[in-house]
Write a protein that binds this ligand. Structure first.
Ligand code: PEP
Length: 281
């Protein structure tokens, strides 16, 4: 048996907590990528606030089926949020993980523990982790392998800083992060991954990349996916844009064929703004 409820009863978070498939093929149109709208709460919301909030979201989103919805609360609220969302169409992500299953890693949480808490997804390599904790592409690679082994869907963040963009290095940075993060993965493993393109200069700054700029980087990432994992893997790959996504810019971003959804920070913390983003069309 893989995991158990605190009371000892076996469960499978992928079916027990969330009704979302991890991939989607429109039966009428092959290779359509179902959009994903994911809210990264960062270090916001107490346990009580988190549960109240997702109860509200659950009602608001009950009929949404045009996109997959994910929320990423802080570690302390994961289990309670997963319980509050059990059987809903909203999936739960952690904001980080450790690559080991267990061990002497004070303050860290393993993918096994995240699965046990009811997570189906995990954000890996967010620029705030790379900046605040010195996370490297090699660590991103180890974390995402561990997430895949635990059947969690990794949402892997990549993106350049302002200095790198201004120095014309955006493509080089994306190549480095892509190859470093995804090295040694098989195409089959890669097929479970969601990539989030998050230019660091756009995160929490109110400065969004234009839809064209975002789409250009998404094209680079899709070409990298094609080169490393083949054309089919590239076509199926969902690439989210993140960086000051708001109700008033989501439609423009989503109008780009290359953009398959959004990773939303600040605007995911209020129900009205998050619902406006989820209902972008
Ligand atoms: C994020 O946290 O990944 C993010 C993109 O934040 P914001 O939407 O606040 O820029």
């Amino acid at each position: 048996m893989k995991l158990s409820e605190p009371g000892g009863k076996a469960f499978d978070p992928l079916t027990a907590y969330c009704l979302l498939p991890t991939a989607y093929i429109n039966p009428r149109m092959a290779n359509v990528r179902k959009p994903v709208i994911a809210g990264n709460w960062k270090m916001y919301k107490t346990l009580g606030e988190a549960v109240e909030f997702v109860k509200d979201l659950r009602g608001r989103f009950a009929k949404v089926d045009q996109c997959e919805i994910v929320v990423a609360p802080p570690f302390t609220a994961l289990r309670a949020v997963a319980e509050a969302l059990r059987g809903s169409n909203i999936a739960v992500a952690a904001q980080d993980c450790h690559w080991d299953k267990e061990g002497a890693h004070t303050g860290d949480i393993s993918c096994d523990m995240l699965y046990d808490a009811g997570c189906t997804h995990v954000i890996i390599g967010h620029s705030e982790r790379r900046h605040d904790h010195g996370e490297t592409d090699e660590q991103v690679n180890r974390k995402l392998k561990s997430a895949l082994a635990e059947e969690l869907v990794p949402i892997v963040c990549v993106g350049e800083t302002l200095e790198e963009r201004e120095a014309g290095q955006t493509q080089t940075v994306l190549e480095r992060q892509f190859h470093g993060g995804f090295r040694t993965l098989t195409p089959q493993e890669f097929s479970h991954i969601i990539v989030a393109y998050e230019p660091v200069w756009a995160i929490g700054t109110g400065r969004t990349a234009t839809p064209e700029m975002a789409a250009e980087s998404h094209r680079v990432l899709r070409e990298l996916a094609s080169g490393q994992f083949g054309g089919e893997a590239a076509i199926q790959l969902r690439i989210l844009y993140g960086g000051s996504v708001k109700p008033d810019n989501i439609a423009g971003l989503m109008a780009q064929e290359e953009i398959d959804g959004a990773l939303v920070g600040g605007a995911s913390l209020q129900a009205d703004s998050f619902s406006a983003i989820v209902n972008y069309h």
